[in-house]
Design a protein. Structure first.
Length: 208
């Protein structure tokens, strides 16, 4: 646990304990408590998502089938895995990167180098987000311009159309995995675009 986070946690628990036991606490301290609490919740949520992704990297077959691909397809395979998994780590590159690094360190310590994952660099991560945006727009367009039965066409379109240049990746799955609906697709598109804006700006900042 980082020192700053540990100190904030101790401060929060100390002030909360005073309030619970009826001690008089100034409005200024209460405001500080609220601010620290919000920060703690965000940090704890981040750490939980990192741990969730470490478990996913370690146990989900999706992250290990790359061993059977040629070197030409392997990089695009990881692009496809990231594209399909973005909602699981909330489109957050930092969660994905930290979890990947923790996983790779774990498999190295255990002597299973073949189970490590390739961590997509930030510029490629932006490319993956752009691909997901394109696929979501294709899916939404099918709903708005169906050829025949709207729902059947929408359901059929809800599978990735990997670019030909990515080669034969050997797998596929639904784009929207749960509660397929136009509302879910549009919500996913909004999240994808928010992430795109955030990480495009970060790339610009890194280039300056």
């Amino acid at each position: 646990m980082e020192p700053e986070f540990a100190n904030n946690l101790r401060t929060f628990l100390s002030i909360a304990n005073d309030i619970i036991h009826g001690a008089k606490v100034s409005d200024e301290i209460k405001t500080r408590l609220s601010s620290v609490g919000v920060s703690l919740i965000a940090k704890l949520h981040y750490q939980r998502k990192v741990l969730d992704m470490v478990r996913d990297f370690y146990g989900h077959g999706l992250w290990h089938m790359h061993k059977y691909l040629t070197s030409d397809s392997r990089n695009y395979y990881f692009w496809s895995a990231v594209a399909a998994s973005l909602p699981e780590f909330e489109y957050n590159y930092d969660i994905y990167k930290e979890a990947g690094e923790r996983h790779n360190q774990k498999v190295t310590e255990e002597g299973h180098e073949g189970h490590s994952v390739s961590i997509v660099p930030l510029d490629e991560f932006v490319n993956v987000l752009e691909f997901r945006e394109k696929e979501l727009l294709r899916l939404i367009n099918v709903w708005n311009n169906p050829d025949g039965d709207t729902w059947r066409a929408f359901e059929k379109a809800n599978y990735w159309e990997w670019p030909l240049e990515w080669g034969d990746l050997g797998w596929n799955c639904p784009i929207i995995r749960e509660r397929l609906s136009l509302y879910e697709a549009e919500g996913d598109l909004m999240q994808t675009r928010n992430a795109l804006n955030r990480y495009r700006l970060r790339l610009v900042g890194q280039a300056m």
